[in-house]
Structure formats: structure tokens, C-alpha cells
Design a binder for this molecule. Structure first.
Ligand code: GUN
Ligand code: FE
Length: 433
């Protein structure tokens, strides 16, 4: 067992954060939280366990990235233009490089190493369309020790030939990968059926994806309603459907294990469809700005009871840091208000953004029984953040709320000093100050 003590902050199921200034977390040998509460009580009840006191630090649940593309990491913060041109110019050629196993291996290792270094403990990942590169990505995730819901990106239309596969190849490869990896790493690795979006999938592929998800009980991730030119493209491709969401509905892709990235321009009927099927949404504000896609009405969607997590959407988003994404979620909710002065809504602040990046993401991935906060019985996925990186030496703004505000808005790249998944240290910063 391990006993960690210090300043604990974690999200509560009913909303808001709980602050324990002098708190303690006891972790079993199986990586589960067996105690969370006051340090004094822990020191008494667990007197025989050596204390690991986290001085000048804040202990938080690990960050959850609900939408990210591994093979695009090299293009993060590079390129211009909007979605469809950007995909053709920068992204498809880059994803094609994952046919090279050596390249896939190096990129996958780097991707997961950087994620845990930035405090992310769970990721919902799109790999390239290659079966072997996806296998290599699972191996890398296994060795990095973090938690992933991940799949081979399925495409059979509207992209270069060298990254397209037939519907049967896509489904058979996905099933083989699911068989090899789903549930591996003590449940940390899960397989997700990953049709890229309706724009790169034929009706046959969409239909087979829906049937496979139902038959196998697998997760689904895809993109929905992201960019105006994409909306026009989908309407031209699928004129027989009432809406973009209806395309996915018709092929059985709306399930309670489905997560839709973006979902900016949804009609009320589309939102009702998502709600009726209990689908989740990955809100990706950095990407929505970088690709000039739009500003999602986050507050309204939260008020309407949609299940929403945050996604970096690298390389649409330019950083793997979920602190950065949380900051952008807060800023984007203000931008929405600037653009809609007459319908002004309460903005999303730093605390709520952190809630969305942790428990919100866990809920969106249906993992909130296992991770997302420090409830006893959940897995110990947590990070230790260095207050020296957050606050100037002699700050007078040291209230718990201000610390969280600095943490989110500062999004400092070196703020994480330790990352723990299922009780195991997967990253430890060297030369901590
Ligand atoms: N829509 C279809 N593919 C992609 C992608 O790779 N990134 C983003 N942001 N949107 C997409
Ligand atoms: Fe994306």
C-alpha cells in the first residue's frame, strides 16, 4: 500500500470541486483508492505505511483526453486552413507514413510519453488506418502504462488510396485488434470502433460498423458537425438523411458507448437524438479555433444535460496538454458570450473546466465508475502538480480557488511532477525544484 499526503483537489459527482488542504490518499497494492480524507486520520489508521508527503504541490485526478489523433502528433501547431483542406494537405499524407512500422513505433512512444508528462492518464485515441500501426500503438500504450480507448481509423472513401481499406478489411482488422487488446493491461486498454466520419465512410462501412458495435458491445468514436464546409459535404453525400446526426442514427452508430467529437452545429432534433441514445460529446475548443470551425455553445449543451468531456483533438488542437484544453474551454465559453451578447450565459470558469477535464471526461467515456475523482474503490489515477510552477515565489493569491485558476489558465508545460495510473508511477519529473 502507498500513502500520499498533501493538498488534494477533486471533482464531485454533483458538480464543483472538493478541496482538502491537508489530505491523504491511500492506494492498495492493486492500484485502488482505499482511503481519501484527512491526513491526520490516515496517519492514525495507516500508521505502518510510510508517508509520501507532496510538499508545495496539488494532487489532482489524472486528466482525461476524450478525443485525440495519435498519427497527427507531428503536425500539432503546424498548418493553416479549414478542416477539409487541412486534412488533404497536412493530415492524410502524414497518416500514410504509418505504413512504416519503425516510424509508427517511434511516434507512438513519443505520443504517450508526452501525454503522461503533461498529466493525462486516459485518452480516447484515433490511430492511423493501418492495422499494424494500431497494434504498435497499443503496445506503446501498454508500456507507457496509461489508460486508452483506441482504434484503427476506418475509411473507405474520399481520401488517398493508400490509406483506404474495404469495409470488410476495416471491420475484420478492427475485430482482430479488439480480440488482441480489448481489456488488456488489467482493463486499461480498450478497443473503440473508429469510423473517421461520414465523409470518409461508405454506407456499407457505416452499416457494418453499427452491426459490429451491437454484436460485440464495442465502443464507437467519430466526428460530428464540426465545420460549415464539412456540413455541406455530408449533406451532398447523404441527401436522403434529415441531418448529419441522422446519418449515424440510420446506421446504428448512436449508442451509450458512442462519443462524438465537436458537435458544434446541432439542431434541437439532433441533440434530442444524441440524448435519446445517451451518446457523449468530446468538446475540442482548441481545434475549433485552430481550424476556424466555430464556437460550441458549451453552457447550453451542459444545461440540456448532454454528457460532455474535453478533447485535445491533436493536431486540430495544437497541444496534448489538457490544462491547455481546459483553459480554452473556459475562454471559448466567453467567446460565445461575446458573439451572442443578447443571450449571454454564465461562463465556464477554471474550476468547472477542470471538472470537465477529469470527471466530465470519465463520464463521457463511461469510465466514471473507475476513474475521474478520488472516491474510495476507484482506481488511483492521479497527478502531482508542482506549486512552484504555478505561483510566483511570494504570491498573495494562494486561496485554493486561485491556485486552480492559475493551474488552468497558466497551463504550464512543466507543472506535472508525477503521474500515477492504477497506483503505478508512469511518469516522474527529474530535477523537481
Ligand atoms: N474530421 C474527419 N477527420 C478529422 C480529423 O482528423 N480531425 C478533425 N479535427 N476533424 C476530422
Ligand atoms: Fe478529431
Amino acid at each position: 500500500m502507498r500513502l500520499y499526503t498533501g493538498f488534494l483537489v477533486h471533482p464531485l459527482p454533483q458538480g464543483g470541486l472538493e478541496y482538502l488542504l491537508d489530505g491523504a490518499l491511500v492506494v492498495s497494492d492493486f492500484g485502488q483508492i482505499v482511503f481519501m480524507g484527512a491526513r491526520a486520520d490516515a496517519l492514525c489508521d495507516y500508521a505502518d505505511i510510510p508517508e509520501e508527503h507532496c510538499e508545495n504541490a496539488v494532487i489532482l485526478p489524472g486528466m482525461v483526453d476524450t478525443h485525440v489523433h495519435l498519427p497527427q502528433y507531428e503536425a500539432a501547431a503546424i498548418g493553416t486552413g479549414e478542416l477539409l483542406n487541412w486534412l488533404n494537405t497536412y493530415i492524410f499524407p502524414l497518416e500514410a507514413r504509418f505504413a512504416d512500422e519503425e516510424y509508427a513505433h517511434i511516434q507512438s512512444q513519443r505520443f504517450f510519453y508526452d501525454a503522461v508528462r503533461l498529466g493525462t492518464t486516459t485518452m480516447s485515441v484515433y490511430c492511423s488506418s493501418h492495422r499494424r500501426a494500431t497494434d504498435i500503438a497499443f503496445e506503446a500504450a501498454f508500456h507507457a502504462g496509461l489508460r486508452v480507448c483506441m482504434g484503427k481509423t476506418m475509411m473507405d472513401n474520399n481520401a488517398p488510396e493508400n490509406i483506404l481499406y474495404s469495409p470488410d478489411e476495416n471491420i475484420n482488422d478492427s475485430l482482430a485488434l479488439a480480440k488482441a487488446w480489448h481489456g488488456a493491461g488489467n482493463g486499461r486498454l480498450q478497443y473503440t470502433l473508429t469510423p473517421r466520419f461520414a465523409g470518409s465512410c461508405s454506407r456499407e462501412l457505416l452499416k457494418k460498423t453499427g452491426e459490429t458495435a451491437h454484436a460485440e458491445g464495442l465502443r464507437i468514436q467519430t466526428h460530428l458537425s464540426e465545420n460549415p464546409s464539412e456540413l455541406r459535404f455530408i449533406a451532398e453525400l447523404f441527401p436522403e438523411h434529415a441531418s448529419y446526426t441522422d446519418v449515424y442514427h440510420a446506421y446504428g452508430l448512436l449508442t451509450d458507448k458512442t462519443i462524438m467529437a465537436h458537435s458544434i452545429y446541432l439542431s434541437s432534433q439532433e441533440k434530442s437524438l444524441l440524448k435519446a441514445h445517451n451518446c457523449a460529446i468530446a468538446h475540442c475548443p482548441c481545434s475549433n479555433r485552430f481550424l476556424q470551425s466555430g464556437v460550441m455553445a458549451l453552457r447550453q449543451m451542459l444545461n440540456e444535460g448532454l454528457r460532455i468531456g474535453l478533447g485535445s483533438d491533436v493536431a486540430g488542437g495544437s497541444s496534448l496538454s489538457m490544462f491547455n484544453e481546459a483553459k480554452e474551454a473556459a475562454e471559448s465559453s466567453k467567446t460565445w458570450n461575446i458573439l451572442h451578447r443578447a443571450q449571454e450565459m454564465p461562463t465556464v470558469g477554471a474550476e468547472e473546466a477542470l471538472w470537465l477535464a477529469t470527471l466530465g471526461g470519465a463520464r463521457a467515456l463511461g469510465l466514471d465508475e473507475v476513474i475521474g475523482n478520488f472516491t474510495v474503490g476507484k482506481d488511483a489515477d492521479f497527478i502531482v502538480c508542482d506549486l512552484n510552477e504555478i505561483l510566483p515565489q511570494k504570491s498573495s493569491f494562494v486561496s485554493p480557488e486561485n491556485i486552480i485558476s492559475r493551474l488552468v489558465y497558466g497551463a504550464h508545460p512543466h507543472v506535472v511532477s508525477k503521474t500515477v495510473v492504477q497506483g503505478k508511477v508512469v511518469y516522474q519529473k527529474q530535477n523537481s525544484r
